[in-house]
Design a binder for this molecule. Structure first.
Ligand code: 6GU
Length: 240
């Protein structure tokens, strides 16, 4: 996979050079380029924004730098352009899986009040386009979202995870949150590891963990339960 990120604050994306994506790059599974959008400006102030037509607060990101960036990067029908915006569809594990199948992602990070709509309309004429939000809160710009989306997607690229089993039992893979985990020591500051985990009875442990997942999901994310195969009776038992 190749990922290009367009931003007026490329330093925000520095963590991408490290950790998870760094490992994928070392394995040759990922090629990653972060670009300063200002390199596609031509005035001496490197202007990337202007006042909105029709009036209103704030500034709008100009279309020309994005257009020139798309041209130079060769954005085409094999490319998925991701506009990070609080007005987008919500980013989920399902969307992470979908994006992990793409050969080429280009992130266009919005700042200020957003990007001139014609950039998105134009991108749709030459590529697949997704407008994506991290969740229902407002950030100063799309850089943190591009970072989060990249990390979630890259770890799903086949061959990236050392142990693919660890992907299966995670929160948001099957619609239930994860069970609580414990390690040594067996007793710590008056808190004991649950007895069942020391029993050696793998069937009982699996049943306990499943109950814990149902209980947590019911308490913290009841909205997730509607989409799972967990029945009413099971929720009642786990939360009894
Ligand atoms: Cl993608 N951008 C901004 N500016 N705020 C957000 C967001 C994105 N996702 C959630 N809040």
């Amino acid at each position: 996979m190749r990922i290009d990120v367009l931003s007026i604050f490329p330093d925000y994306l520095a963590p991408l050079e490290l950790s998870l994506p760094g490992k994928a790059r070392a394995k040759g599974l990922l090629e990653l380029h972060v670009h300063d959008l200002r390199q596609w400006t031509h005035d001496r102030h490197n202007t990337t924004d202007d006042t909105p037509y029709g009036g209103g607060a704030g500034m709008v990101m100009k279309p020309e730098p994005f257009g020139e960036a798309f041209d130079e990067l060769g954005v085409d029908e094999r490319t998925t352009v991701i506009f990070t915006t609080p007005s987008g569809e919500r980013f989920t594990q399902a969307l992470a899986h979908e994006l992990s199948t793409r050969e080429r992602l280009v992130f266009a990070c919005g700042r200020y009040e957003g990007i001139d709509q014609r950039v998105i309309d134009h991108a749709r004429e030459r590529a697949e386009v997704r407008e994506v939000s991290l969740g229902d809160y407002v950030l100063n710009g799309g850089e943190v979202a591009a970072l989060a989306i990249t990390e979630a997607v890259v770890r799903l690229i086949p061959g990236f995870m050392g142990n693919p089993d660890s992907l299966v039992e995670e929160s948001h893979e099957d619609g239930l949150l994860e069970y609580p985990v414990y390690t040594k020591p067996q007793e710590w500051r008056g808190h004991d590891v649950p007895e069942v985990l020391l029993s050696g009875d793998h069937g009982k442990i699996a049943a306990w963990r499943h109950d814990q997942r149902v209980r947590r999901t019911t308490e913290r994310r009841p909205d997730l339960l509607a989409a799972t195969v967990v029945g009413e009776w099971e929720i009642e038992r786990a939360t009894a």
